[in-house]
Design a binder for this molecule. Structure first.
Ligand code: IMP
Ligand code: MG
Length: 179
């Protein structure tokens, strides 16, 4: 086992920000019946679990899975994204918040925004823990952003490199020698 990379965002820094985001979301959605949090697997699972537990409004959890960088073909095709697993409920009339780990090119979230708005939810917003604006090609609306980071490959707190480092408790920039 190699030595884990040092933190870019410490556990305490992340949790402070997740607290703030939860407070903001609580405020913005106060008075609604229920918020449907749609986590994008696998990367968002830790962020979603921390965020969801800090909310006080009524909420429900759903998960979806999309094709990602594992398959290089999707990148070469100019960012065509595929839904590999869908939610199990009709989202018409629901308040939907898509929860992502990171927005890189923006293709995934732009695709999800289009796909989910077609289902006619009452409201549709997006929340991402991380955003790499230097890499973003598609102008996608981000309603809640945890941290803006430089163009580096990050791992931990749900994010992986070839399925490694996903359960590091903090976010680290992966040094080239660990790739
Ligand atoms: P996008 O479609 O280019 O915005 O990227 C979407 C997905 O690529 C994210 O949801 C992540 O799963 C993955 N990804 C992008 N950058 C990173 C990174 O730095 N570390 C880990 N995963 C990443
Ligand atoms: Mg993701």
């Amino acid at each position: 086992m190699t030595t884990p990379p040092p933190p870019l965002l410490s556990e305490a820094t992340i949790i402070d920000r997740v607290d703030q985001l939860a407070a903001e979301i609580d405020r913005d959605y106060s008075g609604i019946d229920e918020l449907v949090l749609v986590g994008v697997l696998k990367g968002s699972f830790i962020f979603l679990s921390d965020l969801a537990r800090r909310l006080t409004i009524a909420r429900r959890i759903e998960f979806i899975a999309v094709s990602s960088y594992g398959d290089r073909a999707s990148e070469e095709a100019g960012g065509s994204v595929r839904l590999l697993m869908d939610v199990r409920h009709d989202l018409a009339g629901e308040h939907v918040l898509i929860v992502e780990d990171i927005v890189d090119t923006g293709h995934t979230l732009a695709y999800l925004r289009r796909a989910f708005s077609a289902r006619q939810p009452a409201t549709l917003r997006t929340c991402t823990l991380l955003h790499k604006p230097d890499r973003t090609e598609e102008d996608v609306e981000l309603d809640y952003v945890g941290f803006t980071i430089p163009d580096v490959w990050v791992v931990g707190y749900g994010l992986d490199f070839a399925e490694r480092y996903r359960t590091l408790p903090y976010v680290a920039a992966l040094p080239p020698e660990l790739r």
